[in-house]
Design a protein around this ligand. Structure first.
Ligand SMILES: Cc1cc2nc3c(=O)[nH]c(=O)nc-3n(C[C@H](O)[C@H](O)[C@H](O)COP(=O)(O)O)c2cc1C
Length: 206
């Protein structure tokens, strides 16, 4: 697996939006995992080049390495490389991705007892963590990917579930569109001090 070795450097403004320029310098102690996280960005344009099965297997293993409440693993992954099906799932923002992975929750596996007789559902959190792992694995493998929404947009969720022949317990959370990138947008710098408090809301760092 080729780790992404670019690190984040200077911030620039392009078209009014803050972006982060990838450089070879590193303030991440040369840590490839941190650099992979910080250099991931959504890719929506892809080369006409299939994704190797070996890479698909690694992405699925990474997805299923995600944390999951009480280790319930309430997820299911539908790998889609059939052009017809991809066409039917293109939605309002079509991309030319050669591979889609639908990350679904499995509500038959999700009832988690909390000790008080309540049964909270954590499938959304679990499937979201799996989706993020999938995106990061794609990036680490030299692929590009974008999370496209399904749940909780219920019309879209139902449309996708119908195309994929999902039984009632299988709920599409996201469709990840994957392929070799045919664009190279800069990662966005989303770090904002204002989003951080210390010890209590609004608390400042000592
Ligand atoms: C829950 C969720 C739903 C998203 N849905 C879409 C989508 O339907 N179409 C799309 O092009 N991008 C979608 N995105 C990608 C976001 O637009 C993207 O992550 C955001 O603009 C930040 O950019 P970055 O991923 O390059 O850091 C979604 C992301 C998340 C987390």
């Amino acid at each position: 697996m080729s780790a992404v070795l670019l690190a984040l450097g200077a911030c620039t403004t392009q078209g009014g939006e803050e972006t982060t320029t990838a450089t070879t310098s590193s303030d991440n102690n040369g840590n490839a995992a941190i650099e992979n996280i910080m250099t991931r960005t959504s890719i929506r344009q892809f080369k006409d080049q299939p994704v190797e099965q070996e890479k698909i297997d690694i992405m699925l293993k990474a997805a299923m390495s995600a944390p999951t409440a009480m280790n319930m693993q309430p997820w299911h992954f539908i790998v889609i490389d059939d052009k017809n099906t991809i066409g039917m799932l293109s939605g309002k923002q079509p991309t030319n991705a050669p591979l889609l992975i639908a990350v679904c929750g499995d509500t038959d596996k999700t009832k988690t007892p909390d000790g008080n007789g309540n049964m909270p559902d954590f499938w959304v959190e679990d499937a979201s963590a799996a989706t993020q792992n999938l995106l990061l694995a794609a990036h680490a493998l030299g692929l590009g990917a974008v999370w496209t929404a399904a749940y909780p947009a219920m019309d879209r969720t139902a449309e996708i579930a119908n195309v994929l022949n999902c039984p009632q317990n299988i709920i599409p959370l996201a469709i990840v569109r994957i392929g070799y990138p045919d664009e190279s947008p800069e990662p966005k710098d989303k770090f904002k001090e204002e989003n951080i408090s210390y010890n209590k809301y609004g608390g400042k760092k000592e």
